[in-house]
Design a protein around this ligand. Sequence first.
Ligand code: SF4
Length: 503
Amino acid sequence: MSARKPASPAPRTAYRLSKSRLLSFLQCPKRLHLALHRPDLAEEDEGAARRMAAGHGVGEIARRLHPGGVLIGHDDDLGSALAETAKLVKASPRVPLFEATFEHEGVLVRADLMLPQGRGWRMVEVKSSASVKDYHLRDCAIQTWVARHAGIRVHSTAVAHVDTAFVYPGGNNYRGLLKEVDVDEDIEALAVEVQGWVSAAKAVLAGPEPAIAVGGQCDDPFPCPFYAHCSRDLPPGPEYPVELLPGVAGKRLAAALRASGIDDLRDAPEERFETDQLHRIWQTTVNGEAFLDPASAGQMAQYGWPRHYLDFESVQFAVPVWAGTRPYQQLVFQWSCHTEEKDGRVWHREFLDTSGEDPQRRFAESLIEALDDDGPVFVYNQSFEATRLKELSEPFPDLARRLENIVGRMVDLLPITKRFYYHPEMKGSWSIKAVLPTVDAEMSYDGLETVSHGQEAQAAYLELIAQDTPTGRKTELERGLLEYCRHDTWALVKLAKMLSEGS
Ligand code: SF4
């Protein structure tokens, strides 16, 4: 009888891991598995695209700050990138390298900056955030581990992040935009773990899809693009989950209710709600009817006429584009104002800067011209609008007194609404987008086609001022932005009317 030949082992694929894939594994092994085996299931969010765009802008500045450096391209041919890096690392004299590419044990990394330091190198990871985050340290630990095992003398590792104290002087001078923070001590402890991460990630890739349920990891540090896939079979949650309870006390109570097996707010016993606000939310939800305290009419009656209803839109840049501005500064480019007379007449004025130049002076002057008279100025969440106007006083001290006058006349409708109004469909939120559809069902933000929330407004503005945007598209974006901001202030008119009537 001839001996049976042993079955050949299943062929093993030699998986190549990039740094971002390894970081995906650290967020969730299933994410890594899906990214490689089922990338078609990913749904990228707008936030990811925005973060990537900001990262590219900062990376480009970082390279400009090191003249004489060499960018190692070959984005589609990493073999060539590895070969070119190897050549340049040994070249003499050495120069800064951008996107230097290293590989060890199938893990491939690209370093943002490799700067000659003594007889070795300083590795710098460039980030568009305003500080060093924990996940940056894991990123640097992987990068340094690979480079060192590839034979590179990495003397030090740093994160270069955006310094929010930097004021752009103009003229493409970005010296000082980035702040380098040495992270050698922080990554030392992590470095010994990298080998384990790599082995575990490879084992995950070679095995079946890990059975991991959705949880806190799905949003930490970034939203996972596979959430829709992983959550597709989850049973629908309660209609009014206890987690809708707002504030620290609300969150604490929600956790306690969950722990005692209660997940729908309507099932919670009344005696658990100790504050007036939480009790009102519970009672209104149980009753299924809106609550409006008639005393709101008395509160609103104390304000004079005409009444102005005001809203701003602003934009932030990781890399400032206008002289005198700082990274991530909120820069106002649009306002909308409805004005209501005592006899019920309402008219509207607005401003939107489409020039692509610093809009702040024109914003401030046009607003002063519109509001340089009497009457309360209603806003929703006053700290945003008031802070923007106070900030405008710095570059334009000649306008400070009149800007302060507007701030002094502001009335915040948010605390008034919180005090006097709640509707079960607000589900624990007093954001204007949660409140408005309960005040006027026809005024949902869903009907706005081009711009329907603040992040879209920022993106629309950036597209609008971009030189290569076609004229037809610019017209569409301008219309969308004006409609969105006008919608916001018309919402305030409606809300104030309801509060003034008290019924
Ligand atoms: S959605 Fe959550 S469980 Fe699913 S892969 Fe992503 S992180 Fe993992």
